[in-house]
Design a protein. Structure first.
Length: 761
């Protein structure tokens, strides 16, 4: 029949499999959405099930809408009313129909994430609980994690007094939600699961109604979602699960990649179909993906292939610095556009959101329109705007907009009533909010005065510091870093704040504000009698311009920037994967556990398989960290890609030697002369931070000489046990000298030079 035309044999086998449990391992670009929707249409067309006897679960509303659209195009049926949607959407629908049995009012409301946080804050305040000891976001994460495991307060194990208090707060939160007739997102699934498990009549009704249950992105299901599916299928329904264990990258959201192997053992048995023909990418890209992912253990196993030929080799570039890496990306994009490619078909991927700042600056400077997919541009991110507001107040305390943004962030007990009083006084006296502080009465006035004193104190404490140290001091002294430490997603926000320090250091170096002496003013145009703005004022203007300019409008052809997580499900003609360095990708947080490293490798697999025709991989020998230079080893993932698929644009194993820190010129591995400052040197006595252990040491201009050999920070060395590495820190002198060496996959080691068998490369 026409419905089955143009399906390859494995796709056809999956679509027409008998009414039974089945697991479809669908590789990237193998047509899984087509298989899912065609399976549904085939079941309906052949009379095996009615449109309302199907239940299809997706992970996004967009995917659900796409399924309905495709089915409508395949069959002359009305798809309205079909049970196709997300876990939360389907559970909401079921609870609405059985609200009484679920113990909910008919008009129950759903709390989104921010509403839930507000409810938790209200609970803590009403109960007189110290929100510093029990931060609201931490409690929110605790509650949601318990619900996603299917645990009510009485079922959560409390190992100490702190956790017992968290459990009590969870119980109080539940009582508050029940009293107010509201449910949060995890509650939708848990309440629905409990309803079905406890009410036999309702459970049996839906078990007999849904004879076929189809699940998309099965690798992203958590424990409770899997239990919910098994409960619905308990009456004999067939589960048709489609997913790819090699693309399971959401463990931080509770996804359990083990669900796929468990489903195979419990239900699918020998009914596992592999979709391995890839319709997206050329052979070299697929060879790289296959070889890379084979390094993971406990895979269900598959091997992507294509009949499109090998295509172009994967281009690899080793840069001296992150700025040079970004500039190379710009040049390659110009070349791609010159060949006739659309900018929107070019994607730049990175592991961490903070990496976008250097890339955005390069695109901005080159006048290339870009969009940050699935997120905000660097200078538009909440935490960055908060930090900039503090900096603006240090430069000008009468900036009312900046004042209102951070006067009570982090929270310092300044309420709406106090701010209204302050605004009224300012308006009456024709002055700024800052100037009106002394006239605000009561406790609120005291809190305002403390905030004003904080701004004045930060200004005084940083008056003789270079620009990047000013920014570093402010993000700490303002309380922003401490505030975000208590957030579930706070690590990424702190990373962005640290990147703001790098932005300041780069700006100072690029725009003539590099300071040789503490507090020195810019040197430009003194003979013309022109007084230049302070480094801080100039940096704030730069940030505002980058935030406001070069933003691509809707529909405009623009380069796409995104994290690898955001790229899942997308594809592009040309893809750049940047920052392939140990500690960055794979991320240093993942290196302590095997499961963490394997998830990072799956993330790399996802990144590689986004490319259709051309793939670029790049890494940098040095990268800015907290305003200082950090030395890197290339990612182990580069060594796990077959050499036959790569085309090195720089010499293989080439590593530019850093210039003598005493000054002068060095020679790179390419034989080109570069000034010593080309690796973003922050000064000859600047501290250098290791990529894994966070060591902070100072190097001397001459290095350390031991047993006739001279060692310097940034130097490449070889150890008989740990292999090749880079010196990232140094302490002591003579026979007491020690070095910290980043050995890549072997980690960072501290070695005594007098006894270590360390040889310069």
């Amino acid at each position: 029949m026409a419905l089955l035309d143009n399906l390859n044999p494995p796709q056809l086998a999956a679509v027409t499999i008998e009414s039974c449990h089945a697991l479809v391992l669908a590789g990237a670009g193998s047509g899984k959405t087509r298989v899912l929707t065609t399976r549904m249409a085939w079941l309906i067309q052949t009379g095996q099930v009615s449109p309302h006897g199907l239940l299809a679960v997706t992970f996004t509303n967009k995917a659900a809408r796409e399924m309905l659209t495709r089915i409508s195009a395949m069959l002359p049926i009305n798809t309205r009313g079909m049970w196709i949607g997300t876990f939360h959407g389907l559970c909401n629908r079921l609870l609405r129909a059985h609200h009484r049995d679920a113990g909910l009012p008919q008009t129950f409301q759903i709390l989104d994430t921010s509403d839930q946080l507000s409810a938790i804050k209200r609970l803590l305040k009403g109960a007189g609980v110290d929100d510093e000891k029990y931060p609201p976001r931490q409690l929110q994460h605790f509650i949601n994690a318990a619900k996603e495991e299917g645990l009510r307060p009485a079922e959560v194990e409390a190992y100490d007094s702190y956790n017992r208090q968290m459990v009590e707060l969870y119980a109080m939160y539940e009582a508050q939600c029940q009293r107010e007739g509201v449910v949060d997102f995890p509650e939708l699934l848990l309440r629905c699961y409990e309803l079905l498990s406890r009410n036999a009549l309702i459970r049996e009704h839906y078990q007999h109604r849904f004879r076929h249950i189809l699940v998309d992105e099965f690798q992203d299901t958590n424990r409770l979602q899997y239990r919910w599916l098994k409960l619905l299928a308990g009456g004999g329904a067939a589960i048709f699960a489609v997913g790819d264990d090699d693309q399971s990258i959401y463990a931080f959201r509770g996804a359990n990649v083990g669900n796929m192997a468990e489903f195979e053992r419990e239900f699918a048995h020998d009914r596992v179909i592999r979709l391995e023909q890839n319709y997206r990418s050329h052979g070299h890209i697929l060879d790289a993906a296959n070889t890379l992912i084979r390094n993971n253990s406990n895979r269900l196993g598959k091997n992507l292939w294509t009949d499109r030929g090998h295509g172009e080799p994967i281009r690899v570039y080793e840069a001296l610095s992150d700025a040079q890496e970004a500039q190379w990306v710009i040049e390659e994009i110009r070349s791609l556009v010159g060949e006739g490619r659309l900018r929107r078909e070019i994607a730049i991927l990175y592991r961490s959101n903070a990496q976008s700042r250097v890339l955005e600056h390069a695109l901005f400077s080159a006048g290339i329109p870009y969009k940050v997919y699935g997120g905000l541009r660097f200078f538009e991110r909440q935490e960055v705007k908060h930090a900039l507001a503090y900096l603006r107040l240090m430069e000008n305390p009468h900036d009312d907009t900046a004042w209102m943004r951070v006067v009570n962030f982090p929270a310092r007990g300044i309420g709406a009533r106090t701010l209204e009083q302050q605004a009224d006084i300012a308006r009456l006296n024709g002055c700024s909010l800052y100037a009106a502080v002394s006239q605000v009465p009561g406790r609120g006035g005291n809190n305002l005065a403390q905030f004003a004193a904080l701004i004045d104190r930060m200004r005084f404490e940083t008056q003789n510091l270079p620009l990047h140290e000013i920014v570093d001091h402010v993000i700490e002294a303002s309380g922003l870093v401490q505030h975000y430490l208590n957030e579930k997603e706070g690590a990424e926000r702190i990373e962005n704040l640290r990147e703001l320090v790098n932005a300041a250091a780069a700006f100072a170096a690029e725009d003539g504000y590099a300071q040789t002496d503490a507090g020195a003013l810019p040197q430009a145009l003194p003979e013309a009698g022109i007084e230049l703005p302070s480094p801080l004022a100039a940096f704030l203007a730069h940030a505002a311009l980058e935030a406001g300019d070069n933003q691509a409008s809707d529909g405009q052809d623009a380069v796409q920037l995104m994290t690898v997580h955001a790229a899942k499900g997308l594809e592009f003609e040309a893809v750049f994967i940047t920052g392939l360095e140990e500690g960055l990708f794979p991320h240093e947080n993942s290196l302590l556990e095997q499961s963490g490293l394997e998830e990072e490798r799956r993330l790399m697999y996802v990144a590689v398989t986004r490319a259709r025709e051309r793939l670029y991989l790049s890494f940098s020998q040095t990268r800015m960290l907290h305003g200082q230079t950090r030395y890197n080893m290339r990612s182990r993932f580069l060594d796990e890609v077959p050499e036959s698929s790569l085309k090195w644009l720089t010499p293989r194993n080439g590593r530019a030697r850093t210039a003598d820190v005493a000054g002068g010129w060095g020679r790179t591995a390419w034989g080109e002369e570069n000034p010593a400052g080309s690796v973003s040197r922050a000064g000859k006595d600047a501290p250098y931070l290791g990529s894994s252990e966070g060591y902070s040491n100072r190097r001397t201009s001459a290095g350390v000489e031991v047993n006739g050999r001279t060692f310097r920070v940034g130097q490449s060395v070889v150890h008989p046990k740990f292999g090749e590495g880079v010196i990232i820190g140094m302490t002591g002198n003579g026979p007491d000298a020690q070095v910290q060496v980043n050995f890549g996959s072997a980690g960072t080691k501290t070695l005594a030079l007098a006894v270590a068998k360390l040889e310069p490369v």
